[in-house]
Design a binder for this molecule. Structure first.
Ligand code: 13P
Length: 290
């Protein structure tokens, strides 16, 4: 079933847990995320980022994401991730996505405010559509760019500016920069938990972590405790899928692509499943899942 982004955030808020927001730009990742949602009953945000157009089009995989989420008995949000322009986001909403992110973080501040407020207006006129904005800059991208992987503290989100941004745009949650980066980590990240808490207090809205794969259980838990509610997750699941198929490619008894696809699905399932467990265990004291 589809639930809205505010409903999913409210669910997480009440339980003091984090929501897994999983990018699914290949079919096996979508199947895996749906399976995990159905096994756990925990809301999962299925995401498609504009940068993943190089793998598959939102108009190709988007309808499958929406339909599988709708048909499922488990709760899902279907979210346009890192929308760079309003037309792209509108395409996603027309397909049936019920949540979106406008990433104006690379624009000058006033332009980011203007663009984000415009997307909020457009989204509300489409119905109950959640909107995530972004302020502050995170380096790297979630499409395998190998040159990145180190955070730059001079680009972190400023709490006073974040308060002004949320007031003027009306976003439901805010992607912020506080130490994570997209893609593979080249150095152990140093997450600024105090900054997360200040951002949360200043804005009054849930904080979104990007670059969420590749962190330790403790880093997830601390981030959630300090005010993160949505954690975006992709690179390390896609990497696990890659690692799972390498031995099969080298095995002369395996010669069908479908065997590789099945192995990739299992690998993503394992990663997402564990991720959801870790994010869900922060609030209720069930202890370490490992
Ligand atoms: P990673 O690919 O680094 O996990 O980040 C995902 C993300 O932030 C998508 O928006």
């Amino acid at each position: 079933m589809l639930i809205t982004l505010p409903q999913a955030l409210e669910h997480a808020e009440r339980r003091n847990i984090g929501l897994a927001a999983v990018n699914t730009p290949f079919f096996e990742s979508l199947l895996a995320a749906i399976d995990v949602g159905e096994r756990t009953g925990t809301p999962i945000i299925l995401q498609f980022a504009q940068v993943h157009e190089s793998i598959v089009g939102i108009e190709e995989i988007g309808p499958a994401m929406v339909e599988m989420a709708r048909r499922s008995s488990a709760p899902f949000v279907v979210h346009v991730d890192h929308g760079e322009d309003i037309d792209y986001i509108r395409t996603g909403l027309d397909i049936g996505f019920n949540s979106c992110m406008i990433d104006g973080s690379l624009h000058p501040y006033e332009e980011n405010v203007r663009l984000t407020a415009e997307v909020v207006d457009m989204a509300r006129s489409h119905g109950e559509i959640g909107v995530e904005g972004e302020l502050g800059v995170m380096t790297g991208n979630e499409n395998g760019d190998p040159s990145q992987g180190v955070a730059d503290a001079t680009l972190y989100t400023d709490p006073d500016q974040a308060r002004d941004f949320v007031e003027r745009t009306g976003v439901d949650c805010l992607a912020s920069s506080f130490g994570t980066v997209h893609g593979l980590y080249r150095q152990k990240p140093h997450i600024d938990y105090e900054l997360i808490a200040r951002l949360r207090a200043a804005t009054g809205v849930p904080i979104v972590m990007h670059g969420g794969s590749g962190l330790s259980d403790d880093e997830y838990r601390q981030s959630i405790t300090h005010g993160v509610r949505k954690i975006n997750y992709y690179t390390y699941a896609a990497r696990a899928a890659y690692d799972a198929i390498v031995p099969l490619v080298e095995d002369e008894n395996v010669f069908l692509f479908s065997n590789l696809a099945a192995a990739a699905r299992r690998a993503v399932d394992g990663k997402v499943s564990r991720f959801v467990d870790v994010l869900s265990l922060t609030g209720n004291g069930h202890g370490d899942p490992s």
